[in-house]
Design a protein around this ligand. Structure first.
Ligand SMILES: *Cc1c(COP(=O)(O)O)cnc(C)c1O
Length: 344
């Protein structure tokens, strides 16, 4: 995608530290709150939660922070249509569809899965937002995604429209900015609460949130290790993907960051049966956190990561005192289509 973008005629030197165009779309800053009952119960470090599930009502979650940059870039390039992709219950696609409606842009979603008669969860919101949707079976989607996206972009060009492609999860050099800048916010949160957390934990699914946080703590001098708990694939895949996004970000924006100085760390072992497939312990974890703290996690991302964090905490990975921060990346609408998995 970066080859569509005209490079500014300035030397690298003048754009060091340059922040790209940004729209104000998320409700920021989001609260940082201690989970007192849960922390006390576990008797280890104090757990804080960054409420990025509160970045909006239907915009809930991490994607809106990234889309502030991806959509600003699309507008800067004079695009009138956005094409993006994901699973049937993609939070990213839902946020994109709603933001396109808000900005007066056309939205075309490429979804993995079969069309259903009665849409639920995120898909219902996609439909309400008026997104055009193309459905592809998993095998074809995996094999041909780039060609499918490019083909749709060409078909818009033939209609004299200019379409901008946002990749899976808005995890690319542009979207990385969302969580780089979230670190400036976290730094203020830490000053406000007078804490110095040594660990920041998030769910990682397409890598952009983890990449942004990893670069952001370095950029803003936050002395904490960022950990991504993967919800699909494995550690090796995410180390590679996050490093690629970081490399693209450094190159595209000439940030002057030394890639070697960034510490990309993944906690593997909590995927379960596969992406969006969760076991009973995950649904139990959702119910436990909901009833003890009034916070709703989702079975695809945040509950797997939260469960993984608690398990690692019990095993001593984060030490036995101090503060740790979990980034609540949203996902509430993905819970409803899995309602049958809860036992009451
Ligand atoms: C997309 C998503 C993530 C993962 O973020 P990535 O930047 O794609 O790794 C985590 N939680 C929720 C709720 C999400 O929708």
């Amino acid at each position: 995608m970066s080859n569509n973008v005209k490079k500014p005629h300035v030397s690298a030197q003048t754009i060091v530290g340059h922040i790209p165009p940004r729209l104000k779309l998320a409700q920021l800053p989001t609260p940082l709150q201690p989970l007192d009952r849960l922390s006390q119960q576990l008797g280890g470090p104090r757990i804080w939660i960054k409420r990025d599930d509160l970045t909006g009502s239907v915009l809930s979650g991490n994607k809106v922070r990234k889309l502030e940059f991806n959509l600003a870039q699309a507008l800067a390039e004079g695009c009138d249509t956005i094409i993006t992709c994901g699973g049937l219950q993609s939070n990213h696609c839902r946020a994109t569809a709603l933001l396109c409606a808000q900005l007066g842009l056309q939205c075309h979603l490429v979804l993995r899965g079969a069309e259903v008669d009665i849409p639920d969860g995120n898909l219902l919101l996609d439909r309400l937002a008026g997104a055009h949707i193309s459905y592809f079976q998993a095998a074809q989607y995996q094999r041909e995604l780039d060609d499918i996206l490019a083909g749709i972009q060409t078909s818009y060009r033939d209609q004299n429209k200019k379409a901008f492609i946002i990749p899976t999860g808005a995890s690319d050099a542009i979207g990385v900015w969302g969580y780089v800048e979230a670190c400036a916010e976290l730094k203020q949160d830490f000053i406000h609460h007078n804490i110095s957390p040594k660990h920041i934990i998030c769910a990682t699914g397409s890598g952009g949130t983890q990449a942004g946080l990893t670069a952001g703590v370095h950029r803003y001098g936050v002395n904490a290790q960022v950990w991504g708990v993967n919800v699909c694939d494995d550690e090796a895949w995410f180390i590679k993907k996050v490093n690629r996004d970081l490399k693209d970000w450094i190159q595209r924006y000439q940030t002057g960051t030394d890639l070697e100085s960034l510490s990309v760390k993944v906690i593997d072992g909590y995927v379960g049966a596969g992406y969006a497939l969760a076991g009973k312990h995950i649904f139990d974890c959702i119910a436990e956190v909901a009833s003890s703290e009034g916070i709703i996690l989702d079975p695809v991302y945040t509950a797997k990561a939260f469960y993984g964090m608690l398990d690692q905490l019990k095993k001593g990975r984060f030490g036995d005192s101090g503060d740790i921060v979990f980034i609540h990346t949203g996902g509430v609408f993905g819970m409803f289509p899995q309602r049958e998995q809860f036992e009451f």
